[in-house]
Write a protein that binds this ligand. Structure first.
Ligand code: CAO
Length: 498
C-alpha cells in the first residue's frame, strides 16, 4: 500500500483514481486497517487527497469540531468578520463557512465536509484563536480513520480569493459577488443585488452595503421626491391654496435644516489593517521627525513615461507603466550614495544597521485600509522589473492576499499620495526604518525657464521625513537633490544604472 501510495503522488487526478481503486480493493480483500493506511505518510500528498487514502468507515452524524487551521504568516488569532452559515444549516465541501480577518489579510474559510452546522463557536467581531474550533459539524458520510485532532488541523482551507456568486434570474444573468447572508437579506427585502453598490473586494456586496442600501431606500420613501415638490406647489397654486407670491423664488438661497437627527453615533472596534496601522504609527511617535520638502519638475519624466507607455516593448509585455517604478528606482540609486537613509536603528537607538538590500516599501490604499508592501532588492532590478513586481504586489494587496514576506523587511518607504491628490504631506516613519517620502500630485503649472520665459511645467512636490536621531538635515537634502536630479533629467539615470 505504501509503495502504491508513493506511485500516485504525481497528480491529484491520479490520486482520486487510485482512491477509487483502493476502496474497491479494501472492500474486496478486507485488508486489516493497519495495512490499509501508512500512518503519517499520506500527509505529504495533496491536502485535498488526504482523506482519500485513509481507510474509511462510516460515522454518520458524528459531531466534528472544525478547527481554525494555521493560516501562516505567524498569525495566531483572527477576527470573525462574517458568518456565511448559522446553526442548523447544511453545508457541502468547499462551501464558505465564514470570513476571518487578521491584521494582514482577510480570508474565507471553507468547509471540508458535507454535514450540518451544529454550533458556531464565535460571534461576529470575536477573536478566534488558531487551533481552536470555529464550528461543530455533524458530518454526513464517512470520517477518516486518522485521529480527529490530527485531521482537523488541516480541515479549514483558507481560500483568500474564493467569492460567493449569486446567479440572478434569467433576465439578468451577470454574476454579483456577495455572501449567502447578504443574498438572503436581498431576497427578504425584495432587492435586486445589481442595484446595490458593493464596496468589498472586486465590488463584492458586504452586509454594510446592503444595510446602507436598505436605509437609503427607506429614507427616500419617507422624503418627498424633489422633482415632485414644484409639481405639488404648482397644483396648490392652481387650487388657490397658496398664492403665486408664496412660491419660493429660485434665487433665494435655502439653508437645509434637517427636521430630525441625521443619524446615531456608531462605535466599532479597531481591527484588521487599521489595528496594524494603529500599532505601527504609535511606535513611530517616539521618533523625532525631521521634515524636508521640495518641488520636482517632472516635465521630461512625464514625456518619457508617456512615450515608453506607448512603446511596443511595454505594450507587448502588458505592463502598466506608472510613475512609481521610476520613483522607486531613482530612490534606490540615490540610496547608493546616501546609505544612511537605508538603515535601521534598534529600540534604544544605540546601534544603526546599514541595510544591504534596498527593499523599498510603498503605501497602498486598499478597500481594507492602508498597507505597505515592499519591492525587494530594488538595487538589482530594472525599472521594468520594478513595474512587474509593483503590479504583482498591487494585485495581491487589492485582494487582501499579500503574504508576510511582502509586507515585512522594508528598508525605506515612498508614499505616492499624489495618485489620489494633494501637494505636501507629513509622512510618518515606518519604524525601524529611518526615512520616508510622500509624493504629491503632478500638476501642470506655470514656471520660468532659464530664459526667464513663462512655460508650462509638470510640477510635483515631495515631502520627506527622517529620523533626526540618526539623519541630519543636510544628508536628507542631499539625498533629495539627487533623487530630484534623476527624475528631472531621466537620461542621467542611465549613467548610474548598474
Ligand atoms: N501625480 C499624478 N498622477 C499620478 C501620480 C501622481 N503623483 N501617481 C500616479 N499617477 C497616475 C498614474 O501614472 C496612473 O496614470 P495612467 O493611468 O495614465 O498610467 C494613474 O495615476 C493611476 O495610478 P495608480 O494609482 O493605479 O498606480 P501607481 O503605480 O501610480 O500607484 C499606488 C500605486 C499603490 C501607490 C497607489 O495606487 C496608491 O494606493 N496610492 C495611495 C497611497 C496612500 O494612500 N498614501 C498615504 C499613506 S499615509 O496614510
Amino acid at each position: 500500500m505504501a509503495s502504491a501510495t508513493r506511485r500516485i503522488v504525481c497528480s491529484f487526478k491520479q490520486q482520486k483514481l487510485f482512491y477509487l481503486k483502493s476502496r474497491l480493493q479494501y472492500h474486496a480483500v478486507a485488508l486489516p486497517l493497519d495495512h490499509a493506511r501508512p500512518c503519517g505518510y499520506v500527509e505529504q500528498i495533496h491536502p485535498l487527497a488526504t482523506r482519500f487514502f485513509h481507510a474509511s468507515k462510516a460515522f454518520y452524524g458524528e459531531k466534528v469540531p472544525f478547527k481554525l487551521s494555521d493560516i501562516g504568516e505567524g498569525i495566531t488569532e483572527v477576527t470573525v468578520k462574517e458568518w456565511y452559515v448559522k446553526e442548523g444549516d447544511k453545508v457541502a465541501q468547499f462551501d464558505p463557512i465564514c470570513e476571518v480577518q487578521s491584521d494582514k489579510a482577510s480570508v474565507t474559510i471553507t468547509s471540508r465536509y458535507d454535514g450540518l452546522i451544529s454550533k458556531l463557536h464565535y460571534a461576529v467581531d470575536e477573536m478566534a484563536k488558531v487551533g481552536t474550533p470555529l464550528v461543530d459539524i455533524e458530518v454526513s458520510g464517512s470520517v477518516s480513520e486518522a485521529p480527529v485532532e490530527e485531521l482537523q488541523e488541516k480541515d479549514a482551507i483558507p481560500l483568500g480569493e474564493r467569492e460567493e456568486s449569486l446567479e440572478l434570474p434569467a433576465e439578468n444573468q451577470s454574476k454579483v459577488l456577495t455572501t449567502p447572508a447578504v443574498r438572503k437579506m436581498a431576497s427578504d427585502n425584495k432587492i435586486n443585488l445589481r442595484d446595490v453598490q458593493g464596496t468589498g473586494r472586486d465590488g463584492r456586496i458586504l452586509k454594510e452595503d446592503m444595510l446602507r442600501h436598505i436605509e437609503s431606500l427607506s429614507s427616500s420613501k419617507s422624503a418627498p421626491k424633489t422633482s415632485q415638490v414644484p409639481q405639488q406647489q404648482a397644483k396648490a397654486v392652481e387650487r388657490g391654496t397658496i398664492s403665486q407670491q408664496q412660491s419660493p423664488s429660485p434665487k433665494t438661497p435655502q439653508i437645509m435644516r434637517p427636521s430630525a437627527p441625521v443619524g446615531v453615533d456608531r462605535t466599532e472596534p479597531i481591527k484588521g489593517f487599521k489595528k496594524a496601522m494603529a500599532k505601527s504609527m504609535t511606535a513611530s511617535l517616539r521618533i523625532p521627525h525631521f521634515g524636508y520638502c521640495d518641488e520636482i519638475d517632472m516635465t521630461s519624466m512625464a514625456a518619457l513615461r508617456h512615450s515608453l507607455k506607448e512603446s511596443p516593448m511595454v505594450k507587448e509585455r502588458g505592463i502598466k507603466l506608472s510613475f512609481m517604478p521610476f520613483f522607486i528606482k531613482a530612490a534606490s540609486m540615490a540610496l547608493h550614495h546616501f546609505p544612511v537613509l537605508n538603515s535601521s536603528v534598534d529600540e534604544a537607538c544605540e546601534n544603526i544597521t546599514y541595510k544591504a538590500s534596498h527593499n523599498i516599501g510603498f503605501a497602498m490604499d486598499t478597500s481594507l485600509g492602508l498597507i505597505v508592501p515592499n519591492v525587494k532588492n530594488v538595487q538589482s532590478l530594472s525599472v521594468m522589473d520594478v513595474a512587474i513586481e509593483l503590479a504583482r504586489l498591487q494585485e495581491l494587496g487589492n485582494k487582501g492576499s499579500l503574504g508576510a514576506t511582502d509586507l515585512t523587511g522594508g528598508t525605506f518607504t515612498l508614499s505616492n499620495i499624489g495618485s489620489i491628490g494633494g501637494t505636501y504631506a507629513k509622512p510618518v516613519i515606518m519604524s525601524p526604518e529611518v526615512a520616508i517620502g510622500a509624493i504629491g500630485r503632478v500638476q501642470v503649472l506655470p514656471r520660468f525657464n532659464s530664459k526667464g520665459e513663462v512655460v508650462r511645467a509638470s510640477i510635483m512636490q515631495v515631502s520627506w521625513s527622517a529620523d533626526h536621531r540618526v539623519i541630519d538635515g543636510a544628508s536628507m537634502a542631499r539625498f533629495s537633490n539627487l533623487w530630484k536630479a534623476y527624475l528631472e533629467n531621466p537620461s542621467t539615470m542611465i549613467l548610474d544604472l548598474k
